[in-house]
Ligand binder design. Sequence first.
Ligand code: ATP
Length: 330
Amino acid sequence: MKYVVIINPKAGSGAAAKVWPQLAASLTAAKVDYEPIFTEYSGHGVLLGEQLGQKALALEAAATSAGQVLSGPMFTILIVGGDGTVNHVLNGLHHPTHPHFQIPIAYFPAGSGNDFARSLHLPRKVDHFIQRLQQISTPTPLNVFALALQNSAAEPSQPYYLINNFGMGFDAHVVHLTEHSPWKSKLNRWHLGNLAYVINLISVLKHQQPYALDLDLGADHFHFDRAYLSTLTNIAYFGGGVPIVPAADPHIQELNLIILEKPSLPKFIWLFILMLTNGKHLNSPAVHLFRGQTLKLHIAPAQFGQMDGEDMGAHEFQLTAHNQQYPFWI
Ligand SMILES: Nc1ncnc2c1ncn2[C@@H]1O[C@H](COP(=O)(O)OP(=O)(O)OP(=O)(O)O)[C@@H](O)[C@H]1O
């Protein structure tokens, strides 16, 4: 199996760039056939995914016209970076001009949050990763979810594909402030990036307002007047290790939506403690958990949104989310 390795040198405040020489040496020692490519700017992973999709299609067409019978994928993409890099490459692979969408993705987590890897218990040490890589013989289909955002003309946009979560309100507000905070890069330099999230969490507690949310689950409709946080999640964690829906599992084709109605400050703190310790926040009357295959949501007025930890700015979101499977080489 050939690996095309995409390395985001900025992921994990430079952790990916730092680990890459060791990982490359171990791949070489294990006689793995690989070709490294570094992302060069923010969002470059989308273009790389798109180009690799085109390359796989061309290789497949050439092999088929030469009379070869293909027994598997042309190559595997190994991503070295964080959740955002996996999200970008996945979206590029699923580009509308070539909905090829079947090149397996292997992943060495080297980001800041690494929620996807944490949820799947993926190895984070180079030697464990190489051992695991050598044991894999078939791709594992995992749930990812497609999100179609409706614009004002009610036309769905090209879907986005997510590996982790899509949040609106509180969590996305924290992500937005952190992305735009002048001292984030300074804290990152001292490996204190998570402190930026904690500081902004306190600020958001003061400023986040409740909003209206309508949920359509096919036969059932729900309305909330005072939603505060609403997160669609495919995995157990969000925000770099916070177990928001402990039972969520991407091996299961099921999408989870958790809604928190605006609580008092002491109640919010209590729910947060429960979430970090035993998962009993889900028993609170202020917390609502829905599961489904297709979920339609509308929220107003405009709220911040975050997609796999990437800031989307503030919008009045009208969206449809549904499950989809993708092969991972994990
Ligand atoms: N060469 C580059 N220069 C600047 N930014 C880059 C470059 N390559 C990728 N990026 C951007 O880096 C951002 C962060 O990447 P990623 O999410 O993988 O790491 P992280 O935020 O440290 O980890 P996690 O998402 O797991 O918390 C992405 O938005 C991506 O577009």
